[in-house]
Design a protein around this ligand. Structure first.
Ligand SMILES: Cc1cc2nc3c(=O)[nH]c(=O)nc-3n(C[C@H](O)[C@H](O)[C@H](O)COP(=O)(O)O)c2cc1C
Ligand code: SF4
Ligand code: SF4
Length: 262
């Protein structure tokens, strides 16, 4: 029996929850993309390889693109991608197809799943009852995806019109993310607990002894620091100050550390 490996990237646990459900139903090994970048391992011959990621401006997060450029998929037997996203835009299947092909394998399947929107610089996350409905629907779609993966089905979901429009902003948006941390502020509520440092998948935050945060401008824009801060002390300009924080209820600080191999 060929093994299944699922690589995931997550900022607030949505993609991890989906990756976990698919892994459970396919008996797959789960590996965080930040950890895989630090400790590269070849793909076993004939393996089914999955990538689960959050949609960013209608495309793949920068770290997922870098990961795909760093691995060879030539030995894989089946390659699939699953996006989680706050809207209902679809999957950036043409971007994924190009990257999979360049890594050595045709794309076999691409799906998307709606989850609560964590991008609070733009809007508040959905209310809790709406979140619960999304989790239920997401679990059902992840179970159906797992069955398709077990059968190595071909399946391609594309982008809707608004997703394609958003895709026009993708390049400049992704380029702006590493230095987007220049807009982050830390309020006097900070207790210097260090959680923001622990959860950051890009190792982009240093907390100095005197309590000052240093941002290293290699930000992925995932917003984990902002959503996991127990004091809600991290903000992006004024817009996020009055908006509730969000994280998937089954995602703990320890999961975020595990994603990067800590
Ligand atoms: C930088 C950034 C950009 C995003 N862009 C989009 C987008 O274009 N379309 C969308 O539907 N959701 C977008 N979102 C929302 C996330 O894709 C969504 O909440 C996802 O499920 C988060 O997954 P995670 O918890 O695994 O990080 C964006 C979130 C972030 C942080
Ligand atoms: S997580 Fe919040 S309270 Fe803890 S060190 Fe970071 S900013 Fe301060
Ligand atoms: S600094 Fe914050 S937003 Fe940027 S990568 Fe780290 S956790 Fe994500």
């Amino acid at each position: 029996m060929n093994p299944t490996i699922i690589y995931y990237f997550t900022g607030t646990g949505n993609s991890l929850a989906v990756a976990r459900k698919i892994a459970e139903d396919t008996n797959a090994e789960l590996i965080g993309i930040p950890a895989a970048l630090k400790n590269p391992r070849p793909i076993p011959k004939g393996a089914s390889v999955g990538i689960v990621y959050p949609l960013y401006a209608g495309g793949l997060p920068g770290i997922v693109v870098r990961f795909l450029k760093s691995i060879s998929l030539a030995d894989a037997g089946y390659v699939f991608f699953v996006a989680t996203e706050g809207g209902r835009m679809g999957a950036p299947t043409s971007q994924i197809s190009r990257l999979a092909k360049a890594a050595g394998h045709e794309l076999n399947a691409s799906w998307w799943i709606q989850m609560p929107d964590n991008y609070i610089p733009l809007s508040a996350p959905p209310a809790v009852p709406e979140q619960k409905k999304m989790f239920e629907d997401a679990k059902n779609k992840a179970a159906a995806i797992a069955q398709a993966v077990n059968n190595r089905q071909e399946h391609k979901e594309g982008m809707c019109f608004s997703g394609k429009l958003m895709g026009l902003a993708y390049g400049p948006f992704i380029k702006s993310l590493p230095a987007s941390d220049k807009k982050f502020t830390v309020s006097a509520n900070c207790t210097k607990c260090g959680i923001c440092v622990s959860v950051c998948p890009a190792d982009n935050i240093r907390l100095h002894e005197h309590g000052k945060h240093e941002w290293l401008h290699q930000c992925e824009g995932c917003l984990a620091c902002l959503h996991y801060c127990p004091e809600e002390a991290i903000n992006i300009g004024k817009k996020t100050e009055l908006r509730p924080r969000y994280r998937h209820p089954k995602s703990a600080v320890s999961d975020m550390k595990q994603q990067k191999g800590d």
